[in-house]
Each structure stands twice: as C-alpha cells, then as structure tokens.
Ligand binder design. Structure first.
Ligand SMILES: [Zn+2]
Ligand SMILES: [Zn+2]
Length: 268
C-alpha cells in the first residue's frame, strides 16, 4: 500500500500547524502523495471553516509548496453539505455531512455528545432515528450538492457510539437508512474514505465507515481511499496499516490515490 493521505487539516482551519510543517513531516515519513484540505465556508457561521483571509493564505502557501513537490502535493477542500459555492481552483473535493438542519436550526453531529443528546431531546423527543434519517438523506446527496470526488467519513453520525452509545447502530432502521444512502452513492461512483481521524483523537477504535458498510461498498466494486483526517503532523497516516487490513478483510483488493494524472487505482 502506498503511503498517501488526502484528508489533512492545517492551522488555516482547525488544524495545529501551517502547511509547510505537514509537508516536512511527509518528507520525513516518506509519504509519496499528500493532500492538505481546508474546511469550506457554510451557509451559517461555522467556527472551523476557513475565513476568506485564511483561505487566500492557504491557497498561496499551497501554490508555493506544490511547486516544490510537483505531482505529489495536492490542495483540497472539505465541503460540508451546507457549503457555500466554491469558486477557487482546488485539486479535489471531499464532501462531508457535519450538520443537519431542522426547522431552520443547524445540529452538529460531531461536536459535543451531551449537546447533541439535548438537541435530539428538544427537537424530536429523544428519537435519534429522526437525526440519522436526516443525516443519511444528506449524505446520499453529497455528490450532487458538493461535486465531491471523495465522500468524507461516511457514518460520522456514529462518532460517539463507543463513548456514549447515543443510539443503536444495529437497529434495523439504522442499517436500512445507512445502506440506502450507500447504494444511492454507489450509483454515482464517488471514492469512499476509510477515515481514521476518530481513532487518533480517542473517540473510536475502528475507522469510518463500519465494516458492514465497507462490505456493501466492496460488493459493488466501490472505490476507497485512506484518510487520516489529521489535525496535527503526528497523526498523518494514523492507523493505515490496520485500516488496510480491514479493507482487505472486507473484500477490497485495491485502493485509489490522487496523482497528477488524476485518481488512479493501486493494489492494497
Ligand atoms: Zn469532516
Ligand atoms: Zn476533516
């Protein structure tokens, strides 16, 4: 498996260090292909999105760094479902759902488990199926809404499952709605992330998506890419060898990487 990682956040959004630090770490680790991303702005104020000023700086820093690592370094954007139109020339887009909207109110699914439980109580009398139904409806629409090449952390809605067990991920309704979203996505053939970010940050012991969803994707010859969702240089490539073993166990023989020729398939 090639050491490549395309979902890495810098301090131009909510990461810890400037782009040059991640590139220096990539050189130290022998990473052959790397993509740094920024969170795009949304229809509502989002504290971790790049400001216009930060985005301008990010793009100019990346342009200078890319000239030093042609064909190896890429500049991406992580677009939320509720993204504002993206006009800048990013090399690729990750489409992610971090929020659902209900009655004009935005609910963050990955910020704070206690607050999330309170909001689900207030909005839906504690019925989490209302939340995950909305979540997967938006996930299914990510390619059309964001023009995403890559689907970010497919089942982010389960982020707090191991620490807080907010709802059952084995409930038939949960499984059906998640599976329906994946099947709708597979018709568009985006690349699905195997994302280890919640492992490095101590929320989960396994990557997104759940193994049974990976098997659904493998069963229809869907495409995967490995992402650390790192917020610090130390977390680049985090848990990738375990994630690759999981992918193989779920039926994948190849993964995808981004090169200057576009996305290409490589053996796992
Ligand atoms: Zn994300
Ligand atoms: Zn991210």
């Amino acid at each position: 498996m090639l050491p490549a990682d395309y979902h890495i956040h810098t301090c131009r959004d909510h990461g810890a260090a400037p782009p040059a630090d991640y590139v220096a770490q990539a050189v130290r680790l022998g990473i052959t292909h790397i993509g740094l991303v920024g969170h795009g702005r949304t229809e509502f104020p989002c504290e971790y999105a790049m400001s216009e000023q930060a985005e301008t700086l990010f793009l100019s820093e990346m342009q200078a760094l890319k000239a030093r690592f042609p064909g190896q370094l890429f500049c991406g954007i992580e677009a939320d479902y509720y993204t504002l139109p993206i006009h800048q020339p990013y090399d690729y887009r990750i489409g992610s759902v971090h929020y659902v909207r209900w009655n004009g109110q935005f609910v963050s699914v990955d910020s704070d488990p206690e607050q999330l439980a309170q909001q689900v109580q207030a909005l839906w009398g504690g019925d989490f199926s209302r939340l995950y139904r909305l979540y997967f409806e938006l996930v299914a629409q990510l390619p059309a809404k964001t023009n995403a090449d890559i689907i970010g952390h497919l089942d982010l809605i389960t982020k707090f499952h191991e620490t807080h067990h907010l709802f059952s991920v084995d409930a038939p309704l949960y499984r059906r709605l998640a599976r329906d979203a994946v099947q709708a996505l597979l018709d568009k053939n985006p690349i699905f992330e195997i994302n280890t970010g919640a492992i490095s940050r101590g929320y989960r012991t396994t990557p997104y998506p759940a193994d049974w969803l990976l098997r659904e994707i493998a069963g229809r010859k869907g495409r995967i890419i490995f992402s650390s969702d790192a917020h610090t240089p130390a977390h680049m490539l985090y848990g990738f060898s375990d994630a690759a073993a999981l992918a193989r166990a779920c039926g994948f023989q190849t993964a995808w990487i981004l090169t200057d020729q576009g996305f290409s398939e490589v053996p796992l």
